[in-house]
Every structure is written in C-alpha cells, then in structure tokens.
Design a binder for this molecule. Structure first.
Ligand code: UGB
Length: 627
C-alpha cells in the first residue's frame, strides 16, 4: 500500500533502515515518495544506487500523473523479479559487457577454433534405423520445449509464426504439426514398450507479450490440436530494460516518460523460466530423462527427432545439438570446438556474425568460407537441443538458469561513446553449455539438410537476395522442402517418385517435387514408412498425395493426379491400382498482391484444386482402394 502522509513515509524509511535523504540526488522522486509503498521505496533506492536517477528527472509534481508513477514502479518490479539476480545484476553485467564492447575485447580471446567430432547420420541406413528405434523408446521419458516468443522480424509476417501453414496441401500449421508429432511419438513409444505405459509427453511453449495471447487463442480454437490441455504449459518470457549509454543508464520510452523502454532478451530465457517454473523438478520426480528444445518454424523437425534422441541415449550425451552441413555465411551458427591457451575446451555454437571474425583473428585468412566439399567445415547449428534432465537440473541449480549474455550496440561513431538507438543484453538458448564443467558430455548430431531443417525466417524480398546455392529459409522454400523430404523418403522406401521440376516463386528458384504430405502418425520413423510402402508404387511429378490415418498401406499404387485418403484408427486401407485425374496445380501469386491472404502470398503460389480422388474411411474394418 502507498503511504498517505509524509509521516508514514518517514516511518517506512526508518523501518527499512533507509536514510531520509536517500533520494536527494533525485528531487522529483523525493517529492513523490509519499505515493510509494515500502517495496517501491526499496526499488527506488536500488535504482538510485545503480546510477539511474535520470529516470526521475522528468517526473511531475505530486498530484500530476500519479497513476503513471505507480505504473512505473510496477514495471520496475516486473523487470527486477523476472531477471535472475534482479536489476542490480542486470545493470552490473550490462556495464561490464558494454565496457568490453567499447574496448573491442574479443569474447573468444585466447580460444582457438577447430572442427569438433560428432555423430554423422545417413538417412535410412541400419545405424539410422537403430537410432530411431532407440529414440522412440526413450521418447516417453522426454519433455518438449518450443521457444516461440520471437516476433519474426526477418519474416515480417503479421501473425504468429506457429500459426503459419507448414505446407498448404494439407494446410497443417506449425503448431499442429508439432503437437501431432509429439502425440504420434507418445503413442509409438508406448506401443514399443508393450503398450502398458500411460506416459503423456509434456509440451512447454515459451511465449512473449508479442505472441502469448495469440498462441493461447490458436490452441483453444483448435482444441489443442488433439493434445490434453493439461499436457501443454505456456511460460511467458519478459522483455528486458533497454540501455541508453555505456554507463548502462536505462532508456526511457520515447513516447512515455514513465515507462522504461524494453526489448526481447532472446531465446536463452527459456532456461531461467523452466527453472523458476518448478517444471524440471516435477519432470525429474516423474522419471523423465530428456528435455528437447526446438524453434518455431521447422517443418522437418520430427524427421530428425527420433534418431537424434537415440544418439543422445546411446552416446549418453548431456547436451546434443542437432546440426546440418552449413554453407559459409549462412545465417546459422557454426558448432565449433574452442580450445583456450589455459587448456579449457568446449564444444559450442559460435553465432553466424561471430564466426568470420573469430576465424580471421586466429589465422584463417579466408574467414567463414566453404572447403572443398562446398560447405563450411563447421556443422550448422539448427538450434534443436537435447539435454539430459539430471545434469541439466544440476547445472541450473547453480546458475538459476542464467545464460551468458552479450550486447550488440550500434555506435554513432568510432569513438563508441554513444549509440544510434538503445541496446539491451541478449542471450541464446544454445549458449547453455558455456558454463558446463569440462567433464560434461557435449556432442552433436549431423543430418542431411533435406531431411532435418527448413525454417521459415526470411521475407520474400530478402530470400530472393540470398546468394545462389544458399538456402532461402522462406515460406516458399520451407514448404517445398517438406515435399522434397517426403518424396526422397518414399523413394528410399522403394517407391518410384519422379524428379522435380524447377520453378520460380517470389523470385526464388526452387525444386518442385510431387506435393506429398502425411500425418505424423502415418510415418514417424523410416522403418514405419518402409513397412507401409510395398510392391511397385509410382508417383508422377505433377501429383498430390495427402495421407491421414495410421493404417494406410501403399501397394502397387500408380498416381498421376491428386489423391486424398483419410481413415480412422481401426480402418486398414490398402491402396492399389492407378489413380489419374487433373490434380492440383500450383499457380503463381505475387507477394505484393494484397487480395491474396498473407500466408499464401509470402510463398508466391496458391493451389488450384482442379480434380482429386478423395476417400474417407470412417468405419472400422479392412478396405482396399483400387480405382
Ligand atoms: N525466440 C524466442 O522465443 N524469444 C526471443 O526473445 C527470441 C527468439 P530466430 P535467430 O535456426 O537457423 C537462431 O530469430 O535467433 C525464438 C540461432 O541463434 O528465428 O536469428 C523464436 O520464436 C542460430 O544459431 O533465430 O538464430 C524462434 O523460435 C541458428 O540456429 C527461435 O527463438 C538459427 O536460429 C529462434 O529465433 C537458425
């Protein structure tokens, strides 16, 4: 409660042991003290001690803007409680990092980079199949964590990214794809362990003020895409205070002098939030063993999860980062072994903007360059991490989830004395291993990019400017990558799938494979898909195939057109014979054409559904589709 009279402010100050003159350096605050509660006076003292008296310079006389002043302290309380160690720690770290930045100190000083060794998988071979089986077995002891607090400024999409269709043949959005994959994994894991388990795989989504309400709305309006609502937990990250100068004076919002300007702190917040939520302890008590982290728009993610989890379990990795071969200068971090002159060594992601300077500073004159393989020798970090729960809890108990931060101010000039605009501390979830002891088992798993990684990050204009040969990471390439992966997987399973044709959408030349989409419960692992494709199947390039339902078997199918099959759990359907029709056609749309919905125009095409064979099986039994 706020104090109502000067006497009570004096009382509060004496109870808190604070000198009556503590606010002498901020006369406008001093005049307003009577509005503040004991907690708020404590916070005011903290701010003044930390050199933040400028925050009160523009405060009005008591009686004017009083609600705004209280609102100011509510915000300060939030900023203080949501950061490990509070604002004192935030400002102290900011001063250190800003001084390092001004002095041009290299964060990797003393470290020599080299290419680390990890597990390199080949899709579909016996090793891969064995890892997948191990991974499925382990999945019932896993929890999944999606970081989805980012606004996606590079993509420029107006909605939340997890609501975007991963592909438009089935229209499945990313969040639906993730949830259905987790559920499929849960069922498969239970089946593999004799079916007597009741495990529900926990699913956590980290949101932010930019994405929270819309994520809830997407879940609720779709009945959580089939997941039990209690199985899903949302943890909202708070933004952090912006810094106006090298002294880490907090920046005031340009539109409201009673608000401290804030910006996102980065995906690294996920560790502190998981720790403070108490979920890790609950999971430990429930016998969980793994925590899997992933990002908001990778429509190929679950092609990689079973085998990578199998690698974690087999190699007993405390940390397993998923990686793909990386093209030099691609905007994905490089997994690097860093060895210090003092003997310390770690395997860590070096972010894409730091790899080139680090290499140049350590005698690699070419910087971030491809080698004779056409790729960078450093595997590309796709920011899907698998952590073993117990060592994770042990580490977080020490750090409270705080992750090594960095600051990236844009200076006005070479004197580095002032910034173009305010900056803030940031942290990345993949920097978690930086504080681990040398004994920690930190590894990584490399997969083919076609199989594992196709994020949607870049808007059409920027994607069209990506150097030739580097991935576009756009809505166009993200969708095409799903068709490509599904086509290549069916090929490997024995089907004849025609070669793709090249087409240009939104200025990006992409391979267009047959538009093949299936529900995760149809084909979660390669062994399962192989079991469902038999005889001699052929699919032409202009075809579309959408499979819903677990027990659908492709046997001697010849498809040249569009085929949609939906079957309930207890319906077993064999698909045979020849399906031929006019099919579904991709039509170009311009990304600037506002008459087309945004989620379509950012891919540069829409589907014209001319003719299809559509079959639904809603009764239990055995069926044969043989047109
Ligand atoms: N995110 C949050 O949840 N909160 C935040 O405050 C910020 C982001 P971006 P970025 O996949 O190729 C990462 O912006 O950070 C979520 C890795 O650092 O898509 O530029 C956000 O919602 C990089 O090493 O990516 O780069 C999204 O789900 C490389 O792996 C996720 O964090 C790169 O991704 C990533 O945010 C990549």
């Amino acid at each position: 409660m706020a104090s109502t009279a000067l006497e009570s402010t004096t009382d509060i100050l004496s109870k808190l042991g604070i000198h009556a003159d503590f606010a002498a350096s901020a006369p406008n605050l001093q005049k307003n003290l009577r509005l503040l509660s004991a907690e708020q006076i404590e916070l005011a003292r903290l701010l003044l001690e930390m050199g933040q008296s400028h925050l009160f310079e523009h405060w009005a006389e008591p009686g004017v803007d009083d609600e705004e002043k209280k609102g100011f302290f509510e915000q300060v309380a939030r900023l203080n409680s949501s950061y490990p160690g509070g604002l004192t720690s935030y400002i102290k770290t900011a001063r250190e990092l800003l001084a390092d930045s001004k002095a041009g100190r290299n964060p990797f000083d003393g470290f020599t980079p080299s290419v680390p060794k990890g597990e390199v998988l080949t899709f579909g071979d016996n090793n891969f199949i064995n890892f997948e089986e191990t991974g499925v077995r382990e999945a019932q002891k896993a929890a999944f964590v999606l970081v989805a607090g980012g606004l996606g400024e590079r993509l420029g999409y107006n909605g939340i990214k997890v609501a975007l269709p991963a592909e438009t043949t089935s229209g499945t959005c990313f969040l639906q794809y993730y949830i259905e994959s987790i559920l499929a994994l849960q069922e498969a894991s239970c089946r593999l362990t004799q079916g007597d388990c009741q495990a529900q795989i926990p699913f956590v989504i980290m949101t932010s003020d930019d994405t929270h309400a819309r994520t809830i709305q997407l879940l609720e309006s779709n009945s959580y895409f089939g997941m039990e609502p209690t199985q899903v937990k949302l943890l909202k990250q708070e933004k952090v205070a912006c810094l106006a100068d090298n002294d880490a004076r907090l920046a005031i919002d340009p539109h409201n002098k009673y608000i401290i300007q804030t910006k996102p702190h980065g995906h690294g917040d996920v560790h502190a939030l998981l720790f403070s939520s108490g979920l890790l302890k609950d999971w430990h008590a429930a016998g969980m063993r793994w925590v899997l982290f992933f990002q908001d728009t990778n429509g190929l993610l679950f092609n990689a999860i079973p085998s990578a989890l199998g690698v974690s379990a087999t190699r007993q990795y405390h940390v397993n980062s998923l990686a793909v071969p990386r093209k030099a200068k691609e905007a994905i971090g490089g997994i690097t072994k860093l060895t210090h002159t003092d003997g310390r060594a770690m395997v860590i992601n070096v972010e894409y903007n730091q790899l080139d300077p680090l290499l140049r500073a350590t005698g690699h004159d070419e910087g971030d360059a491809n080698d004779e393989t056409g790729y960078s020798p450093f595997p590309g970090n796709i920011n899907q991490l698998i952590l073993e729960l117990d060592p994770y809890i042990e580490e977080l108990t020490k750090t409270r989830g705080a992750i090594k931060e960095f600051v990236n101010p844009k200076y006005k000039d070479a004197s580095k004395s002032s910034f173009k605009s305010s900056t803030r501390l940031e942290c990345m979830m993949q920097d978690y291993p930086k504080t681990l002891p040398a004994s920690a088992r930190v590894g990584f798993t490399v997969m083919d990019p076609w199989l594992a990684y196709a994020p949607v990050k870049n808007n059409p204009e920027d994607a069209a400017k990506v150097p030739k040969g580097n991935p576009y990471h756009s809505a166009t390439s993200g969708e095409m990558a799903i068709y490509r992966a599904n086509s290549l997987t069916l090929r490997k399973a024995g089907a004849q799938v025609s070669d793709p044709v090249l087409q240009v959408f939104n200025g990006q030349e992409v391979e267009v494979w047959p538009r093949i989409a299936w529900k995760p419960k149809w084909g979660l692992t390669f062994a399962e898909i192989k079991r469902k494709v038999c005889g001699s199947c052929a699919i032409s390039q202009r075809s579309t195939m959408a499979i819903k339902g677990r027990n659908i078997f492709l046997e001697d199918l010849s498809l040249d057109g569009a085929l949609l099959i939906d079957a309930i759990e207890d319906a077993e359907v064999k698909v045979r014979g020849s399906v031929q029709n006019k099919g579904w056609i991709l039509e170009n749309v311009d990304h600037k054409d506002a008459s087309v919905p945004e989620e379509l125009r950012i891919r540069g095409f829409k589907i014209n559904k001319i003719e299809q064979l559509e079959k639904n099986y809603s009764e239990p039994g055995k069926f044969c589709l043989n047109p």
